[in-house]
Design a protein around this ligand. Structure first.
Ligand SMILES: [Zn+2]
Length: 115
């Protein structure tokens, strides 16, 4: 149903463009074509942002003995501790994918100052 309306609109646009071209207003046709090209480019670019990578399964606890799973941003140094994992896709920070690291938990640190 929606496809037929799109085709009807495109056919109407072609008819209007031919009529304007015949009436000596080729500049209007060029402007409409340029506008359509910009609109199509914008939609193609922003369509990628609206698609999210959903969960790959039920969330699972990622507890490991003696280590913490930490997502680190290599640009600004921010670190996030991962407790439950719902997807394999790493989070983003500073427009970059964060890097997963394993760091020892403070309680497993042999240095008594950290216990
Ligand atoms: Zn960052």
């Amino acid at each position: 149903m929606r496809r037929s309306w799109v085709r009807l609109g495109m056919a109407a646009a072609v008819v209007v463009a031919v009529a304007l071209f015949a009436a000596g207003r080729g500049d209007v046709v060029a402007a409409m074509l340029l506008g359509a090209l910009i609109l199509a480019t914008g939609r193609a670019v922003f369509r990628g942002y609206s698609v999210t990578k959903g969960p790959t399964g039920p969330p699972v606890d990622v507890e490991e003995e003696g280590t913490l799973l930490v997502f680190a941003c290599e640009t600004c140094g921010e670190q996030l501790v991962l407790l439950r994992k719902g997807t394999d896709v790493p989070p983003r920070h500073c427009a970059e994918k964060m890097v997963l690291r394993r760091i020892p938990t403070p309680s497993s640190n042999p240095d008594p100052r950290y216990n």
